[in-house]
Design a protein around this ligand. Structure first.
Ligand code: SAM
Ligand code: SF4
Ligand code: SF4
Length: 339
C-alpha cells in the first residue's frame, strides 16, 4: 500500500547496504586512515534482509538497489539476489559497485536475477585512479566493466566530478562509456557524512559540466522524462545520451522517494539524516511482517527531510559531520549508509 510522507512523497526506492567494508578508499567517501566498522554480529543475514524487504514492499517499495561499502565483498551475494528476485513486487533490482570484483561475479549476479548494474568510475588515468582510491585496481575495474557489459548488455557508469581532480576527463569518459555500451552519469561532489575533504570550490556544477561538453560536442538537448530522477538526462548531437545528478547545486528533494537501510538494519529516510530507526531490534525480537511494516509506515508518514536543500541553504557549509562524531557513530558515513 502506498505511503506518503509529510511532503506527499511516496516511498518506492530502497537502497540496501549489504556491507560497510570496502576494497577502495575513494578520497570523497573514505579519506581517513582508520575507520570504525559495524560489529559483524550486527550484520543482517540474507533471511533478515529478505524479511525487511517484504515489510518495505507492504508500504510501497518496488525498486531495490544493493550497495555498500562495496557490495561484491559480501560473501555469496547471488544468494541474496535470488531471494529478492523471487519477489514479484520488486520490479527493479539493481546494484552499484566499484567494479573491482565484477569480472568474476557478473555471470553469477545475472544468473541470480540481478537486472541492472551501475559501476562507479571516476578516471581513466591509472595514476589518478591510485591517487583517488589509494589502490591499484583500475585494470580490474576495466575488466569488470567489460564483463558486465557483455553479460548485462548495457550498464551505467557513475562519475563524481571533482575540480582539479577529474574535471578534464569528462570528454574522455563520455567516449569510453560509448565503447562499453554504457550511459554515463556525472555526479556533483556532495558534502555527505564521510566527505571530510569536501569544499565548495571542489564542486563542479551541472552548468559547468554541460558547458564543457557543449564546447566539445555542440548543442546538447535535455531529454524530458517524467521518471528520470535523480539523474537529468541529455543527448549529444549524435544521439549519445548521458545524465547529470546535480545533488549539490540543484537538489531533487521535492521528488525524493528513496530511503536507505544499513548492513546492520538502521533505516535512514534521508542521505543527510543524523538519526535513523533501528529495524534490527524488532526484526530479531520476533516482530511480524505487519508489525515491521507498521513501523515503516509510521516512520515514513513522519518524514519531513529535505537534507540537500537544507545544506544548499546553509551559509556556513562546515562538514556535515565532524570526524570525531563519525568515529563514534559510523552510521553517519556515506560508505555505511550506501550512496
Ligand atoms: N562501493 C560502491 C561504489 O562505489 O559504487 C557502492 C557504494 S558508494 C558509497 C555509492 C556511490 O556513492 C558511488 O557511486 C560513489 O561515487 C558515491 N559517492 C560517495 N561519496 C560521494 C560524495 N561525497 N559525493 C557524491 N557521490 C559520492
Ligand atoms: Fe569508493 Fe564506493 Fe568504497 Fe566509497 S564505498 S570508498 S565510493 S568504492
Ligand atoms: Fe532525498 Fe535527502 Fe537526498 Fe533530498 S537529501 S534527495 S530528501 S535523500
Amino acid at each position: 500500500m502506498e505511503t506518503r510522507d509529510r511532503f506527499n512523497r511516496p516511498l518506492r526506492n530502497l537502497r540496501l547496504s549489504v556491507t560497510d567494508r570496502c576494497n577502495l578508499r575513494c578520497q570523497y567517501c573514505m579519506p581517513e586512515e582508520h575507520y570504525t566498522w559495524l560489529p559483524r554480529e550486527h550484520l543482517l543475514s540474507f533471511e533478515e534482509i529478505s524479511a525487511l524487504v517484504d515489510a518495505f514492499i507492504d508500504v510501497g517499495v518496488d525498486k531495490v538497489r544493493l550497495t555498500g561499502g562495496e557490495p561484491l565483498l559480501r560473501r555469496d551475494l547471488p544468494a541474496l539476489i535470488r531471494l529478492l528476485a523471487a519477489k514479484p513486487a520488486i520490479g527493479d533490482l539493481a546494484l552499484t559497485t566499484n567494479g573491482v570484483l565484477l569480472a568474476e561475479q557478473a555471470e553469477a549476479l545475472r544468473a541470480a536475477g540481478l537486472q541492472r548494474i551501475t559501476v562507479s568510475l571516476d578516471t581513466l588515468n591509472p595514476e589518478r585512479f591510485t591517487a583517488l582510491t589509494r589502490r591499484h585496481d583500475l585494470d580490474r575495474v576495466h575488466t569488470g566493466i567489460a564483463a558486465a557489459s557483455s553479460v548485462f548488455g548495457a550498464l551505467k557508469l557513475d562519475t563524481v566530478v571533482i575540480r582539479e581532480v577529474n574535471d578534464r576527463e569528462l570528454i574522455a569518459l563520455v567516449e569510453y562509456a560509448r565503447t562499453v555500451h554504457a550511459e554515463i552519469r556525472f555526479i556533483e561532489y556532495m558534502d555527505v557524512g564521510g566527505a571530510t575533504h569536501w569544499t565548495r570550490e571542489a564542486v563542479v556544477s551541472r552548468a559547468e559540466i554541460l558547458e564543457t561538453l557543449e564546447q566539445h560536442y555542440g548543442r546538447i538537448e535535455p531529454i524530458l522524462e517524467r521518471h528520470s530522477a535523480p539523474a537529468e538526462r541529455f543527448a549529444l548531437p549524435d544521439g549519445t545520451t548521458f545524465g547529470i545528478i546535480a545533488s549539490t547545486t540543484a537538489p531533487f528533494c521535492a521528488d525524493c522517494d528513496r530511503s536507505r537501510v544499513t548492513a546492520d538494519g538502521m533505516w535512514f529516510r534521508c542521505l543527510y539524516a543524523s538519526e535513523g530507526t533501528d529495524l534490527r531490534a524488532p526484526l530479531r525480537g520476533g516482530a511480524s511482517r505487519d508489525e515491521l511494516s507498521g513501523i515503516l509506515r509510521t516512520g515514513w508518514q513522519q518524514r519531513a527531510d529535505r537534507g540537500a536543500e537544507a545544506r544548499l541553504a546553509s551559509r556556513t557549509r562546515e562538514p556535515l559531520v565532524p570526524l570525531s562524531t563519525l568515529k563514534s557513530n559510523p552510521h553517519l558515513e556515506m560508505h555505511t549508509r550506501g550512496g
